[in-house]
Design a protein around this ligand. Structure first.
Ligand code: SIN
Ligand code: NI
Length: 256
């Protein structure tokens, strides 16, 4: 595999790690160079035109394309980006593997927010000590184009059910005590990313602009977690036993 090493940030200071652990998210500016952004954005555009959406053609929230590392030689470099994996490992403080990558593309004037949810309840994992996502902006993502908003501290709430991310009130129905907590909205420049804990509650605005919102997400999880038997597109068909580790050929250990 060709790794195009970034010239930009690949380690973070103790203050950044402390802030991530306190709040459940952190903004890392310019983790990609402008050249990397251009290369991956072009590949994301091509993927949008040529690949099927996992969530089907009628979901306006975004077009979700999974597991680019398995089908796209260019985006594979972003999935295994050494700088991102190094930062994720520092933030988590344990060895990580890739759970999956994904493109989340909001078309212009899509009219649909990604409603509040936590990521972890959707995943068939047991014994996970830490899981987090890098949400990477491949275009400028101001508030109006569908940036993320987080509810700091909610990563400590680990028993909220999976909610419907198309339903505006399902998360507050599931966790009414969260309703009056302060929220932080994080507009990103192309090449910036945020890392967020898999239990942190978050939402993304609709895209009200004339341009596509291209976001690429790497999901990093505890390399030692086990499979809990629930269905998921990334584990279905692999013949995994409940309680078994996730095999490295499908869930590569990081950094590569
Ligand atoms: C989005 O980008 O629309 C949502 C991302 C996420 O839920 O992690
Ligand atoms: Ni999410």
């Amino acid at each position: 595999m060709t790794i195009h090493a970034s010239q930009t940030t690949s380690t973070v200071g103790a203050d950044v790690v402390a802030s991530y652990r306190e709040n459940g998210f952190v903004h890392i500016p310019q983790v990609l160079t402008p050249e990397e952004v251009e290369r991956y954005r072009d590949a994301a555009r091509h993927a949008y035109e040529t690949k099927a959406a996992y969530n089907g053609p009628d979901d306006n929230t975004f077009k979700q394309i999974l597991q680019l590392w398995q089908t796209d030689e260019t985006l594979r470099d972003l999935t295994f980006h050494a700088g991102l994996a190094n930062i994720a490992t520092q933030l988590a403080g344990i060895p990580l593997m890739l759970w999956h990558d994904q493109l989340l593309i909001k078309k212009p004037h899509n009219g649909s927010a990604t409603e509040y949810h936590q990521d972890a309840p959707y995943w068939p994992h047991a014994n996970a000590r830490h899981r987090l996502s890098a949400w990477i902006a491949l275009v400028d993502v101001p508030v109006e184009r569908g940036c993320m908003t987080f509810i700091p501290g909610t990563h400590r709430w680990t028993d909220i059910r999976a909610v419907d991310l198309h339903d505006r009130t399902d998360f507050s129905d599931a966790a009414p005590d969260v309703t009056y907590l302060p929220r932080v909205t994080v507009p990103l420049r192309a090449g910036d990313c945020t890392f967020h804990n898999a239990y942190l509650a978050h939402t993304a605005n609709p895209n009200d602009t004339d341009d596509f919102r291209y976001a690429f997400v790497n999901i990093y999880v505890d390399a030692k977690l086990t499979y809990d038997g629930r269905p998921h597109p990334c584990t279905d068909g692999l013949g995994l036993e409940i309680g078994s580790p996730l095999p490295a050929e499908h869930f590569p250990r990081l950094p590569q």
